[in-house]
Design a binder for this molecule. Structure first.
Ligand code: NAD
Length: 256
């Protein structure tokens, strides 16, 4: 789809990959709504990209409905939806202090997996009502998975499960939404330089990028946003998860 003039929604758009995506889409002419639990930062990012902000917890149905309504009132129903809201806590299945806390596992699944599905299913309902393009397209939904869905080091059971769930639902959602002219594509990033990435100690973030043969650095949010742009613009991309990782393959454990 041609991005210029379309309404776009970016969840987790206040920060990191979401903020980078909001900037790229706005530069390509989209009217961008930034949905995030971090209301203050969402407003800052929205102001930067000339868009609007809506406070929203992606796990909460009523919150998402209200945020989508607010965005639609300002820009019309979104034909580009990018799910970047997520959290990344790691914890071993068994530690000296006991087993992995169940509530932590459930929280990661709720935000990263259920939250992504919640936003996408509700946004798809509005998208399906839009006039199709000459090529029959009504919209594009992008999910953010992670290379951890395929190659997670120790400590990533909850995170990897949430991201593997995102990968797993990509093809059936694309098949479900195909009759409506809506595509669904996931991106599986390797290490990207964002506030979430930098919650880890510096020696750890450096070690992570040593597993990226080339370029041997963390990705930049604008490079993630650039792949989102290419996904929206290329109608043949559908039902697939694309690794964006500089050939990064993590080891069994980052702790040496
Ligand atoms: N940075 C990386 O190296 C990397 C690698 C692979 C995958 N990812 C994934 O990319 C996505 C974005 O991560 P990031 O690195 O930009 O992190 P980030 O912390 O910079 O941004 C995440 C945003 O999501 C928001 N958020 C968290 N919970 C939310 C909720 N319940 N409802 C709405 N918003 C919520 C946060 O407020 C924040 O603004 C995440 O899904 C993450 O798992 C990141």
């Amino acid at each position: 789809m041609k991005i210029n003039g379309l309404a776009a929604i970016v969840t987790g758009g206040a920060s990191g990959l979401g903020a980078g995506t909001a900037e790229v889409l706005a530069a390509a002419g989209a009217r961008v709504a930034v949905l995030d639990v971090n209301e203050g930062l969402a407003a800052e990012t929205a102001a930067k990209v000339g868009g609007i902000a809506a406070s929203c917890d992606v796990t909460d149905e009523a919150d998402v409905i209200a945020a989508l309504d607010k965005a639609a009132r300002a820009h019309g129903p979104a034909q580009i939806v990018v799910n970047c809201a997520g959290i990344g806590p790691h914890n071993k299945t068994l530690r000296r202090t006991g087993p992995h806390p169940l509530d932590l596992f459930e929280k990661v699944i709720a935000i990263n997996l259920t939250g992504t599905f919640n936003v996408s299913r509700l946004a798809a309902a509005a998208m399906a009502e839009m006039e199709p393009t000459a090529g029959g397209e009504r919209g594009v939904i992008v999910h953010t998975a992670s290379i951890s869905a395929f190659d997670s080091p120790a400590g990533g059971a909850a995170y990897a499960a949430s991201k593997a769930g995102v990968v797993g639902m990509t093809l059936p959602m694309a098949r479900d939404l195909a009759p409506h002219g809506i595509r669904v594509v996931s991106i599986a990033p390797g290490p990207f330089s964002t506030p979430l990435f930098h919650t880890m100690p510096d020696d750890m973030t450096e070690r992570l990028t040593t597993y990226s043969p080339f370029p041997g650095r963390a990705g930049r949010p604008a490079e993630f946003g650039s792949l989102v742009q290419q996904i929206v613009e290329n109608p043949m991309l559908n039902g697939e998860t694309i690794r964006l990782d500089a050939a990064n393959r993590p080891p069994a454990s980052y702790v040496q």
